[in-house]
Design a binder for this molecule. Structure first.
Ligand code: PLP
Length: 405
C-alpha cells in the first residue's frame, strides 16, 4: 500500500511521529537503578493532564476497560449501591461490569443521543438522605453516540445534596482532548486509556484517583483484587517500579506524548479540538444530515456520530470509505449499528486531516446514493476553518521564518 490507511476512528488515534520514534527502542531493564529516574517524573507529569489537586495516577498494562475495573474493585464493596446512567454502548458496558462485579446499580436509562441526566441525579441524591449510594458514575464522553456530559454539573448535584458518594468518571475518549478538572470538580476516579487523547497505541489503562478514593481503598469490605490492586501499585510505584513487568515502550511513548501535550498546552489542545469538531459539524449541517447527539449541549469535540438518512445502511458508507478511499471511520455500535457512522476527531489532528476525512466521507456518501452535493460539507468546513484561522496549526512562527529568509 502506497500510503497508510487514513484512520478517523475514535481510538486508536493517529500516533505522532515523535511518539512513535520514542517507542522504537530496545527492551530495557525495568528493575535497574536508573528506571525510577524515568518513571517518577512520569507519574508526576501525567497528573497535570487530569488537573488533580491531590491523589495519584496508576498506569496498568491493560486497556481502558482494566482501569474501569480497577476503579470499582479498589473503592467499593460487593453489594454497594451506586448510581449510574446509560445512553450508549460504553456507558452500557460500564453498567454491565458494575453489575457483574456485584454492585447494586441504580440505572438511569436515557435516550441515546443524550447524556448524564443531571436533574434525575440531583433528585435521587437529594432523596438518599441515609447516604446508601456509595458512588456516582458518569461517562464524560459517550464515544458511541458522540455525546459529552457535564461533569461539573454532577459535582453540583452531589454538593447540593451534601452527598459524600465518590464520583467516578469514564474519561477514556475525553482526557487530553476535552477539559477534565479532577480537582475543581471533585472527581475521585477518572478512567482513561492510552489510545485516544494520549495518542499512543492501545495497552495502557490509566486511572487517576483522588485522595478521597485512596482513603476509600483503605476501608474494610472492599472487593478481592490482585492485578489491579492499588496497594500493590503504590508500594512499588513509590520507588519508581511496578508490581509486574511494565509496558516499557508504551511508557517511553507516554513520556513523548506528555511532552507534546505540555508543549502545545492543554487549553490550546481543547480549543483545537473544539475548532476541528465545529468544522465537522459545519459539514454535517451542509450535507443535511443529523448528528446522533440531540442538542448542541451534548456535542462532543472528539467524535461525531452521524445518522445516514432513513432507508440507507451506514455500514455501506463505512465499507465504501474503507475500500474505495482508504478511510477508516467508526462503525455504529449496538443499537445504532447500520444507522450511524462516526468520525473520530481527537488526538494528533489538524484542519487538513479533518478536511481529508470529510472529503472521503463526502465521496462515500455520494457513492452510496445519498443525495449530497460534492463539495458541500468540505466547502462549509473549509469556509469555517479559513474564517477562524489565527495562527498556523503547526505553530510555526511565520515572522521569524520570513526574517530568516
Ligand atoms: C474506548 C472507550 C472505552 C474502552 O476502552 P478500551 O481501551 O477499549 O478498553 C471505555 N469508555 C469509553 C468512553 C471509550 O471511548
Amino acid at each position: 500500500m502506497l500510503v497508510q490507511p487514513h484512520l478517523f476512528i475514535p481510538g486508536p488515534t493517529t500516533i505522532p511521529e515523535p511518539v512513535r520514534m520514542a517507542m522504537n527502542i530496545p527492551m530495557e531493564d525495568m528493575r535497574s537503578a536508573e528506571f525510577p529516574k524515568f518513571t517518577l517524573p512520569l507519574f508526576e507529569d501525567i497528573k497535570k493532564v487530569f488537573k488533580m489537586k491531590d491523589g495519584r495516577v496508576f498506569i496498568f498494562p491493560s486497556s481502558g476497560t482494566g482501569a474501569w475495573e480497577s476503579a470499582i474493585e479498589n473503592t467499593l464493596a460487593v453489594g454497594d449501591k451506586v448510581l449510574m446512567s446509560r445512553f450508549g454502548q460504553f456507558s452500557h458496558l460500564w453498567v454491565d461490569m458494575a453489575e457483574r462485579m456485584g454492585l447494586d446499580v441504580v440505572v438511569c436509562d436515557e435516550e441515546w443521543g443524550t447524556g448524564v441526566p443531571l436533574e434525575k441525579y440531583a433528585d435521587i441524591l437529594a432523596r438518599d438522605t441515609g447516604h446508601e449510594i456509595k458512588a456516582v458514575f458518569a461517562t464524560h464522553n459517550e464515544t458511541a453516540t458522540g455525546v459529552t456530559s457535564d461533569i461539573a454539573g454532577v459535582r453540583k448535584a452531589l454538593d447540593a445534596a451534601n452527598h459524600p458518594a465518590l464520583l467516578m468518571v469514564d474519561g477514556v475518549s475525553a482526557v487530553g482532548s476535552i477539559d477534565m478538572q479532577m480537582g475543581a470538580w471533585g472527581v475521585d476516579c477518572c478512567v482513561s486509556g492510552s489510545q485516544k487523547g494520549f495518542m499512543l497505541p492501545t495497552g495502557l489503562g490509566i486511572l487517576a484517583v483522588s485522595q478521597k478514593a485512596l482513603e476509600a481503598n483503605k476501608q474494610n469490605g472492599r472487593m478481592n483484587r490482585c492485578f489491579f490492586s492499588f496497594e500493590d501499585m503504590i508500594k512499588t510505584n513509590d520507588l519508581g517500579y511496578f508490581p509486574y513487568t511494565p509496558a516499557t515502550q508504551l511508557l517511553r511513548g507516554l513520556r513523548a506524548s506528555l511532552d507534546m501535550i505540555a508543549e502545545e498546552g492543554l487549553e490550546n489542545i481543547f480549543a483545537r479540538h473544539t475548532r476541528l469538531a465545529n468544522g465537522v459539524r459545519k459539514a454535517v449541517d451542509a450535507w443535511g444530515l443529523q448528528l446522533c447527539a440531540k442538542e448542541p449541549k451534548w456535542h462532543s469535540d472528539t467524535v461525531s456520530a452521524i445518522y445516514v438518512p432513513e432507508g440507507f445502511d451506514a455500514n455501506e458508507v463505512l465499507k465504501t470509505a474503507y475500500y474505495r478511499y482508504n478511510v477508516s471511520l467508526g462503525t455504529g455500535l449496538a443499537r445504532v449499528a447500520g444507522k450511524v457512522f462516526r468520525i473520530g476527531h481527537l488526538g494528533a489532528l489538524d484542519e487538513v486531516m479533518v478536511g481529508g476525512a470529510l472529503f472521503g466521507v463526502e465521496m462515500a456518501l455520494k457513492d452510496c446514493g445519498i443525495g449530497i452535493k460534492l463539495g458541500s460539507g468540505t466547502g462549509a468546513a473549509a469556509q469555517y476553518f479559513s474564517e477562524t484561522a489565527t495562527k498556523s496549526a503547526s505553530s510555526r512562527d511565520e515572522s521569524s521564518s520570513l526574517k530568516a529568509a
